[in-house]
Design a protein around this ligand. Structure first.
Ligand code: HEM
Length: 127
């Protein structure tokens, strides 16, 4: 797709993540809570602790990423994204879609921790 559109793969991944967030959120059954999350940071933790765990139970061959939480305050969250799929820009887009859903403005800085970007540190700052 990148070759056909002349848009770099990272941007395509990011836009995909931004737009697919709403679809994923709407796919959560109505009787399942979204973990009483009221903020982007809470929801990201809920994804790691609950949603991606359920994804793995439902689809045994699924490989959602791991999030390692490093630190968190009211305004800052530091976490490492880890995945052999190396799709950290999908993660960026999903976080942006999530922030939009909660009506928050979140600045995201990404620092690759490995050459192949299978581990990327995310510094999130709430404006
Ligand atoms: C802030 C919210 C979320 C973030 C940051 C996030 C992150 C990601 C990323 C980056 C991937 C791509 C694969 C990879 O990098 O290894 C992924 C895969 C996936 N996520 Fe999430 N996710 C979020 C919310 C959700 C929600 C709400 C659902 C479902 C209700 C969901 C279900 C899935 C599924 C089914 C996959 C595909 C796994 C596979 O086929 O191996 N995610 N997620």
């Amino acid at each position: 797709m990148s070759k056909k559109t002349n848009i770099d793969p990272a941007t395509l991944q990011q836009v995909f993540g931004q737009t697919v967030f709403k679809t994923l959120l709407n796919s959560i059954p109505e009787n399942a809570s979204i973990g009483s999350s009221v903020s982007t940071f809470q929801f990201i933790r809920h994804v790691e602790d609950y949603i991606h765990v359920e994804v793995k139970k439902l689809y045994s061959d699924a490989e959602p990423p791991k999030f390692h939480f490093i630190s968190e305050t009211e305004t800052d969250m530091v976490m490492d994204y880890q995945s052999a799929r190396c799709m950290s820009h999908v993660c960026l887009g999903l976080i942006e879609g999530c922030a939009e859903h909660f009506g928050e403005s979140v600045k995201v800085e990404m620092t690759p921790q490995t050459e192949d970007s299978s581990v990327v540190r995310f510094n999130l700052t709430l404006a």
